[in-house]
Design a protein around this ligand. Structure first.
Ligand code: LHQ
Length: 255
């Protein structure tokens, strides 16, 4: 069995971390396979990507038994986690973290690097890092600060508190909590909705929100103007306006 499985259903690509006995903890092999899957996801035929986990875990972060694979942690982070976190942000399509279960350490960072987070009611969220004397890496200080604000991010990430899916929803960490039995179906429905959206506009919106964190208002207004000019060149814009005029649902192609 592959440690990362990739499947395609229409315009939705699903990437499943597949080391269930280890709660899908990351090894070098998992990083490499995830990198390959994220490269595949660049195919224009893919218009939404789902990352999920097999078994009762989303991911428990770094495989602590494989921790000795590299003595140089900084280089290891740069060569593995960083590549995949940056690939998720660079993908010009929405990436959904379908958090089916336990989500800890760099698994939590990876989920937070995604654009949308859905959680099963069987999921729970654990910082992990502080439990072993480490700092939140793989974007854990970046994304979680943006999602929760500094005071809550700091308190949580330094406490190692286990958060239920309901608490994660109340905090705004996940947008939806779904009963475990209907999780796969709801995840597929949400991914299909996003895959049917005007992909170029979604991609431009993703980039604009990423840039907004470090822009001045003037810079951001200018970026919006340029992005809007690009969005207005798409077939989807023409289709959206035509559908509005004809009082029908738009059929976006992603072009
Ligand atoms: C695991 C793991 C795991 C291996 C559960 N590794 N086996 C980056 C760069 C360099 C260095 C270090 O780190 C990083 C980034 C990071 O991600 S650091 C943070 C690493 N993650 C953690 O510290 C979390 C460790 N795991 C846990 O605290 C618990 O397992 C959680 C809270 C995730 C789940 O607890 P439970 O639901 O009670 O499950 P469990 O503990 O019984 O785990 C089930 C199995 O999975 C068990 O194996 P076994 O053979 O005994 O059934 C665990 O050993 C294994 N496992 N996490 N990270």
């Amino acid at each position: 069995m592959a440690e990362v499985e990739v499947s395609r259903d229409g315009a939705v690509q699903t990437i499943t971390l597949n080391r269930p006995d280890k709660l899908n903890a990351f090894t070098v092999g998992v990083h490499e396979a995830l990198q390959g899957a994220l490269e595949e996801a660049r195919d224009p035929g893919v218009r939404a990507v789902v990352i999920t986990g097999a078994g009762r875990g989303f991911s428990a972060g770094q495989d602590l038994s494989a921790f000795g694979e590299s003595g140089d942690i900084a280089s290891m982070l740069r060569a593995t986690y960083h590549v995949n976190v940056l690939a998720i942000r660079a993908l010009e399509k929405p990436v959904i973290a379908a958090v089916n279960g336990v989500c800890a350490g760099a698994g939590l960072s990876l989920a937070c690097a995604c654009d949308v987070r859905l959680a099963s009611d069987a999921a729970f969220f654990v910082p992990g890092f502080v439990g072993i004397g480490l700092i939140p890496d793989s974007g854990g200080t970046y994304f979680i600060q943006r999602l929760l604000g500094t005071p809550r991010a700091f308190e949580w990430m330094t406490s190692n508190r286990r958060l239920t899916a309901a608490e994660a929803h109340a905090w705004g960490l996940v947008s939806e909590v779904i009963e475990a039995d209907s999780f796969a179906a709801r995840m597929a429905e949400r991914a299909a909705e996003l895959a049917a959206a005007p992909t170029r506009a979604i991609a431009l919106t993703k980039r604009l929100y990423d840039e907004a964190g470090t822009s001045t208002l003037e810079e951001q207004l200018e970026r919006e103007a340029e992005a809007q000019a690009a969005a207005a060149q798409t077939e989807d814009f023409r289709e959206g306006v035509a559908a509005f005029g004809e009082k029908r649902a738009a059929r976006f192609s992603g072009r």
